[in-house]
Design a protein around this ligand. Structure first.
Ligand code: ZN
Length: 338
Protein backbone atom coordinates (compact mmCIF):
# COMPACT_ATOMS: atom_id res chain seq x y z
CA UNK A 1 0.00 0.00 0.00
CA UNK A 2 1.30 3.42 -0.95
CA UNK A 3 1.20 5.66 2.11
CA UNK A 4 1.15 9.39 1.82
CA UNK A 5 0.25 12.24 4.11
CA UNK A 6 -3.09 13.88 3.50
CA UNK A 7 -4.71 16.99 4.83
CA UNK A 8 -7.28 16.10 7.44
CA UNK A 9 -10.44 18.16 7.14
CA UNK A 10 -12.14 19.75 10.11
CA UNK A 11 -14.62 17.02 10.86
CA UNK A 12 -16.42 15.81 13.93
CA UNK A 13 -14.16 12.94 14.90
CA UNK A 14 -16.50 11.20 17.32
CA UNK A 15 -18.92 10.61 14.44
CA UNK A 16 -16.25 9.06 12.24
CA UNK A 17 -15.80 5.30 12.49
CA UNK A 18 -12.26 3.99 13.00
CA UNK A 19 -12.10 2.43 9.53
CA UNK A 20 -12.99 5.77 7.95
CA UNK A 21 -10.31 7.54 10.02
CA UNK A 22 -7.71 5.02 8.89
CA UNK A 23 -8.94 5.34 5.31
CA UNK A 24 -8.59 9.13 5.42
CA UNK A 25 -5.25 9.11 7.16
CA UNK A 26 -3.62 6.75 4.72
CA UNK A 27 -5.60 8.05 1.75
CA UNK A 28 -6.86 4.57 0.92
CA UNK A 29 -9.00 4.70 -2.19
CA UNK A 30 -12.58 3.60 -1.76
CA UNK A 31 -15.61 4.16 -3.91
CA UNK A 32 -17.10 7.61 -4.07
CA UNK A 33 -20.78 8.05 -3.25
CA UNK A 34 -22.73 10.23 -5.68
CA UNK A 35 -26.22 11.54 -4.90
CA UNK A 36 -28.53 12.56 -7.74
CA UNK A 37 -31.63 14.68 -7.07
CA UNK A 38 -33.28 18.05 -7.69
CA UNK A 39 -32.33 20.22 -4.70
CA UNK A 40 -35.01 20.88 -2.10
CA UNK A 41 -34.75 23.45 0.70
CA UNK A 42 -36.31 22.82 4.13
CA UNK A 43 -37.73 26.07 5.56
CA UNK A 44 -38.64 25.91 9.26
CA UNK A 45 -41.27 28.09 10.96
CA UNK A 46 -42.35 28.49 14.56
CA UNK A 47 -45.96 27.98 15.64
CA UNK A 48 -46.80 31.58 14.68
CA UNK A 49 -45.42 30.94 11.15
CA UNK A 50 -42.37 33.11 11.78
CA UNK A 51 -39.40 31.64 9.86
CA UNK A 52 -36.75 30.21 12.20
CA UNK A 53 -34.22 28.75 9.79
CA UNK A 54 -33.52 27.08 6.47
CA UNK A 55 -31.29 24.27 5.25
CA UNK A 56 -30.76 22.02 2.27
CA UNK A 57 -32.77 18.83 2.33
CA UNK A 58 -34.11 15.84 0.35
CA UNK A 59 -33.22 12.23 1.09
CA UNK A 60 -30.50 11.47 -1.48
CA UNK A 61 -28.51 14.59 -0.61
CA UNK A 62 -29.12 14.21 3.14
CA UNK A 63 -27.68 10.69 2.91
CA UNK A 64 -24.61 11.98 1.08
CA UNK A 65 -24.09 14.63 3.82
CA UNK A 66 -24.23 11.87 6.44
CA UNK A 67 -21.80 9.68 4.46
CA UNK A 68 -19.36 12.58 4.10
CA UNK A 69 -19.62 13.16 7.86
CA UNK A 70 -18.85 9.45 8.36
CA UNK A 71 -15.60 9.88 6.43
CA UNK A 72 -16.53 8.80 2.89
CA UNK A 73 -15.75 10.55 -0.37
CA UNK A 74 -18.88 12.13 -1.85
CA UNK A 75 -20.29 14.19 -4.70
CA UNK A 76 -23.78 15.70 -5.03
CA UNK A 77 -25.26 16.20 -8.49
CA UNK A 78 -28.55 17.94 -9.22
CA UNK A 79 -30.30 21.13 -10.16
CA UNK A 80 -31.82 24.18 -8.50
CA UNK A 81 -33.21 27.59 -9.38
CA UNK A 82 -31.20 30.81 -9.44
CA UNK A 83 -32.79 31.97 -6.18
CA UNK A 84 -32.17 32.37 -2.46
CA UNK A 85 -33.25 28.81 -1.58
CA UNK A 86 -31.08 27.36 -4.36
CA UNK A 87 -28.02 29.24 -3.12
CA UNK A 88 -28.68 28.07 0.46
CA UNK A 89 -29.10 24.46 -0.69
CA UNK A 90 -25.75 24.52 -2.50
CA UNK A 91 -24.05 26.26 0.43
CA UNK A 92 -25.36 23.60 2.79
CA UNK A 93 -23.72 20.83 0.73
CA UNK A 94 -20.45 22.77 0.67
CA UNK A 95 -20.64 23.42 4.44
CA UNK A 96 -21.16 19.66 4.96
CA UNK A 97 -17.87 19.23 2.99
CA UNK A 98 -19.78 17.49 0.17
CA UNK A 99 -18.27 18.27 -3.25
CA UNK A 100 -21.07 19.32 -5.53
CA UNK A 101 -21.77 20.14 -9.14
CA UNK A 102 -25.25 21.62 -9.24
CA UNK A 103 -26.81 22.98 -12.42
CA UNK A 104 -28.43 26.38 -11.74
CA UNK A 105 -31.37 27.03 -14.07
CA UNK A 106 -32.64 30.59 -14.49
CA UNK A 107 -36.15 29.61 -15.53
CA UNK A 108 -37.13 27.64 -12.43
CA UNK A 109 -37.52 27.99 -8.66
CA UNK A 110 -35.92 25.72 -6.11
CA UNK A 111 -38.30 23.22 -4.55
CA UNK A 112 -39.02 23.78 -0.88
CA UNK A 113 -40.71 22.09 2.03
CA UNK A 114 -42.25 24.57 4.47
CA UNK A 115 -42.10 22.92 7.86
CA UNK A 116 -44.10 24.40 10.72
CA UNK A 117 -43.82 23.70 14.41
CA UNK A 118 -47.21 22.80 15.89
CA UNK A 119 -48.46 21.41 19.16
CA UNK A 120 -50.17 18.04 18.87
CA UNK A 121 -51.32 15.89 21.79
CA UNK A 122 -49.57 18.25 24.17
CA UNK A 123 -46.16 18.09 22.53
CA UNK A 124 -44.29 19.87 19.79
CA UNK A 125 -44.13 18.30 16.37
CA UNK A 126 -43.45 19.47 12.82
CA UNK A 127 -45.74 19.44 9.78
CA UNK A 128 -44.54 20.07 6.26
CA UNK A 129 -46.36 21.56 3.28
CA UNK A 130 -45.21 22.15 -0.29
CA UNK A 131 -46.40 25.76 -0.62
CA UNK A 132 -45.51 29.15 0.85
CA UNK A 133 -47.47 29.65 4.11
CA UNK A 134 -48.00 33.35 3.32
CA UNK A 135 -49.11 33.54 -0.34
CA UNK A 136 -49.80 29.78 -0.81
CA UNK A 137 -47.69 29.66 -3.98
CA UNK A 138 -45.70 26.49 -4.60
CA UNK A 139 -42.27 26.11 -6.18
CA UNK A 140 -42.76 22.35 -6.71
CA UNK A 141 -42.78 20.87 -10.17
CA UNK A 142 -43.59 17.45 -11.52
CA UNK A 143 -40.75 15.11 -12.44
CA UNK A 144 -37.18 16.32 -12.47
CA UNK A 145 -35.18 19.16 -14.06
CA UNK A 146 -31.75 17.50 -13.85
CA UNK A 147 -29.67 17.20 -17.02
CA UNK A 148 -29.42 13.42 -17.06
CA UNK A 149 -26.95 13.17 -19.96
CA UNK A 150 -24.44 15.59 -18.46
CA UNK A 151 -24.81 13.82 -15.09
CA UNK A 152 -23.87 10.47 -16.66
CA UNK A 153 -20.69 12.10 -18.02
CA UNK A 154 -19.72 13.18 -14.49
CA UNK A 155 -20.08 9.69 -12.98
CA UNK A 156 -16.98 7.49 -12.71
CA UNK A 157 -17.41 3.76 -13.24
CA UNK A 158 -16.70 2.81 -9.60
CA UNK A 159 -18.96 5.50 -8.08
CA UNK A 160 -21.85 4.25 -5.99
CA UNK A 161 -25.07 6.10 -6.87
CA UNK A 162 -27.54 7.19 -4.18
CA UNK A 163 -31.08 7.91 -5.38
CA UNK A 164 -34.46 8.59 -3.81
CA UNK A 165 -36.81 8.74 -6.75
CA UNK A 166 -37.70 6.78 -9.89
CA UNK A 167 -38.71 9.71 -12.10
CA UNK A 168 -37.97 9.39 -15.83
CA UNK A 169 -34.62 11.20 -15.69
CA UNK A 170 -33.32 9.15 -12.77
CA UNK A 171 -34.57 6.04 -14.54
CA UNK A 172 -32.57 7.02 -17.64
CA UNK A 173 -29.42 7.27 -15.49
CA UNK A 174 -30.25 3.97 -13.72
CA UNK A 175 -30.78 2.15 -17.02
CA UNK A 176 -27.74 3.64 -18.76
CA UNK A 177 -25.02 3.14 -16.13
CA UNK A 178 -23.46 0.00 -14.68
CA UNK A 179 -22.66 1.53 -11.27
CA UNK A 180 -23.75 0.02 -7.97
CA UNK A 181 -26.97 1.80 -6.95
CA UNK A 182 -28.71 2.34 -3.62
CA UNK A 183 -32.24 3.69 -3.38
CA UNK A 184 -34.38 5.08 -0.59
CA UNK A 185 -37.85 5.21 -2.11
CA UNK A 186 -40.33 7.32 -0.17
CA UNK A 187 -43.00 7.90 -2.80
CA UNK A 188 -45.05 5.81 -5.24
CA UNK A 189 -45.99 8.75 -7.52
CA UNK A 190 -43.78 7.46 -10.33
CA UNK A 191 -45.69 4.15 -10.47
CA UNK A 192 -49.13 5.67 -11.08
CA UNK A 193 -50.46 4.78 -14.56
CA UNK A 194 -47.84 2.06 -15.01
CA UNK A 195 -48.64 -1.60 -15.54
CA UNK A 196 -47.27 -4.35 -13.32
CA UNK A 197 -44.70 -5.30 -15.98
CA UNK A 198 -43.57 -1.72 -16.43
CA UNK A 199 -42.97 -1.33 -12.70
CA UNK A 200 -41.08 -4.63 -12.52
CA UNK A 201 -38.88 -3.44 -15.39
CA UNK A 202 -38.11 -0.21 -13.49
CA UNK A 203 -37.06 -1.84 -10.22
CA UNK A 204 -35.93 -5.40 -10.88
CA UNK A 205 -32.18 -6.10 -10.67
CA UNK A 206 -31.30 -2.42 -10.48
CA UNK A 207 -30.31 -1.83 -6.86
CA UNK A 208 -27.89 -3.34 -4.37
CA UNK A 209 -29.75 -2.06 -1.28
CA UNK A 210 -33.34 -0.78 -1.19
CA UNK A 211 -35.04 1.14 1.61
CA UNK A 212 -38.81 1.64 1.48
CA UNK A 213 -41.33 3.15 3.83
CA UNK A 214 -44.45 1.22 4.77
CA UNK A 215 -46.67 3.14 2.36
CA UNK A 216 -44.51 2.33 -0.67
CA UNK A 217 -44.14 -1.29 0.48
CA UNK A 218 -47.94 -1.72 0.73
CA UNK A 219 -48.48 -0.06 -2.63
CA UNK A 220 -45.93 -2.28 -4.41
CA UNK A 221 -47.11 -5.49 -2.72
CA UNK A 222 -50.64 -4.81 -3.92
CA UNK A 223 -49.75 -3.55 -7.39
CA UNK A 224 -47.29 -6.38 -8.10
CA UNK A 225 -49.54 -9.13 -6.61
CA UNK A 226 -46.98 -10.09 -4.00
CA UNK A 227 -47.86 -12.13 -0.90
CA UNK A 228 -45.51 -10.23 1.40
CA UNK A 229 -42.21 -8.36 1.65
CA UNK A 230 -40.26 -11.56 0.92
CA UNK A 231 -42.12 -11.88 -2.36
CA UNK A 232 -41.42 -8.23 -3.09
CA UNK A 233 -37.72 -8.66 -2.31
CA UNK A 234 -37.57 -11.34 -5.01
CA UNK A 235 -38.79 -8.81 -7.58
CA UNK A 236 -36.20 -6.23 -6.52
CA UNK A 237 -33.51 -8.98 -6.46
CA UNK A 238 -31.42 -6.68 -4.26
CA UNK A 239 -28.87 -7.89 -1.71
CA UNK A 240 -30.92 -6.26 1.02
CA UNK A 241 -34.45 -4.85 1.21
CA UNK A 242 -35.36 -2.71 4.21
CA UNK A 243 -38.73 -1.37 5.26
CA UNK A 244 -39.01 1.48 7.72
CA UNK A 245 -42.12 1.19 9.90
CA UNK A 246 -41.81 4.34 12.04
CA UNK A 247 -42.38 3.61 15.71
CA UNK A 248 -42.76 -0.10 14.88
CA UNK A 249 -39.10 -0.20 13.89
CA UNK A 250 -37.39 -1.72 10.90
CA UNK A 251 -37.68 -4.85 8.82
CA UNK A 252 -34.80 -6.32 6.81
CA UNK A 253 -35.32 -8.93 4.10
CA UNK A 254 -32.10 -10.79 3.38
CA UNK A 255 -31.85 -13.97 1.29
CA UNK A 256 -35.65 -14.41 1.39
CA UNK A 257 -35.75 -14.26 5.19
CA UNK A 258 -37.28 -11.54 7.36
CA UNK A 259 -35.54 -9.87 10.32
CA UNK A 260 -37.70 -7.47 12.33
CA UNK A 261 -36.38 -5.07 14.95
CA UNK A 262 -38.84 -2.98 16.93
CA UNK A 263 -37.47 0.29 18.29
CA UNK A 264 -36.09 -0.40 21.76
CA UNK A 265 -36.76 2.99 23.25
CA UNK A 266 -39.19 5.37 21.63
CA UNK A 267 -37.92 8.80 22.47
CA UNK A 268 -40.24 11.77 22.52
CA UNK A 269 -39.22 13.05 19.16
CA UNK A 270 -38.92 16.68 18.24
CA UNK A 271 -38.51 16.50 14.49
CA UNK A 272 -38.49 13.19 12.62
CA UNK A 273 -37.13 14.60 9.34
CA UNK A 274 -33.72 13.12 8.76
CA UNK A 275 -34.26 9.99 10.88
CA UNK A 276 -34.85 7.73 7.86
CA UNK A 277 -31.88 9.25 6.05
CA UNK A 278 -29.68 8.61 9.09
CA UNK A 279 -30.87 5.00 9.25
CA UNK A 280 -30.03 4.28 5.61
CA UNK A 281 -26.69 6.15 5.89
CA UNK A 282 -25.64 4.00 8.87
CA UNK A 283 -26.54 0.80 7.02
CA UNK A 284 -24.54 2.00 3.98
CA UNK A 285 -21.56 2.84 6.23
CA UNK A 286 -21.58 -0.64 7.78
CA UNK A 287 -22.00 -2.36 4.42
CA UNK A 288 -19.10 -0.34 2.99
CA UNK A 289 -16.87 -1.03 6.02
CA UNK A 290 -17.74 -4.72 5.57
CA UNK A 291 -16.27 -4.67 2.05
CA UNK A 292 -19.75 -4.41 0.56
CA UNK A 293 -20.82 -7.78 1.89
CA UNK A 294 -23.76 -8.70 4.11
CA UNK A 295 -24.23 -11.75 6.29
CA UNK A 296 -27.08 -12.79 8.53
CA UNK A 297 -25.09 -11.94 11.68
CA UNK A 298 -24.46 -8.37 10.55
CA UNK A 299 -28.07 -7.25 10.35
CA UNK A 300 -28.86 -6.80 14.04
CA UNK A 301 -25.49 -5.14 14.68
CA UNK A 302 -26.11 -2.69 11.85
CA UNK A 303 -29.62 -1.94 13.10
CA UNK A 304 -28.32 -1.31 16.63
CA UNK A 305 -25.64 0.98 15.26
CA UNK A 306 -28.30 3.09 13.49
CA UNK A 307 -30.37 3.75 16.62
CA UNK A 308 -27.66 5.91 18.25
CA UNK A 309 -27.60 8.40 15.40
CA UNK A 310 -31.37 8.30 14.94
CA UNK A 311 -32.02 9.13 18.61
CA UNK A 312 -29.67 12.10 18.30
CA UNK A 313 -31.38 13.36 15.14
CA UNK A 314 -34.91 13.00 16.53
CA UNK A 315 -34.00 15.48 19.26
CA UNK A 316 -32.71 18.08 16.81
CA UNK A 317 -34.67 20.23 14.38
CA UNK A 318 -33.49 19.77 10.79
CA UNK A 319 -32.11 16.80 8.82
CA UNK A 320 -28.50 18.06 8.90
CA UNK A 321 -28.50 19.75 12.30
CA UNK A 322 -26.21 17.03 13.74
CA UNK A 323 -23.58 18.08 11.18
CA UNK A 324 -24.01 21.84 11.04
CA UNK A 325 -26.32 24.69 12.04
CA UNK A 326 -29.29 25.86 9.96
CA UNK A 327 -29.13 29.25 8.23
CA UNK A 328 -31.13 32.28 9.37
CA UNK A 329 -33.94 33.37 7.09
CA UNK A 330 -36.37 36.31 6.84
CA UNK A 331 -39.90 36.35 5.47
CA UNK A 332 -38.81 38.44 2.48
CA UNK A 333 -36.29 35.72 1.48
CA UNK A 334 -39.17 33.26 1.01
CA UNK A 335 -42.07 35.33 -0.23
CA UNK A 336 -42.47 38.37 -2.45
CA UNK A 337 -45.82 39.22 -0.93
CA UNK A 338 -44.76 40.09 2.62
ZN1 ZN B 1 -45.20 33.41 -0.64
Amino acid sequence: MKIKCVKIDAIVWDNVPKKAMVRRFFDVKTNRFVSIADLVADVYYDKNVKPIGVDGGITAHNIICNLQNMGFDTLALGVCGNDFLGKISIRSLTDCNVKNDILIRNNMRTKAYHIRRIIENGRYTYRSIKYCPYCKESSWYEGSCIDEKSIIKKIKEDDILVLDNLNEKNQYIIDNTKNIKLIDLGTCDEFENLSKDQIIKKISNKFEIVNLNERVEKYLIQKLDCKDSIDLSKIFSSKLLMITRGEKGNEFVFKAKKYCFPLKKIIIEVDDSGAGDAFFSTIIKNWMNNDKTISEEDIEKWFNDSTKLINKILRLVGSRRHIKKMYPIKKKDICKEV
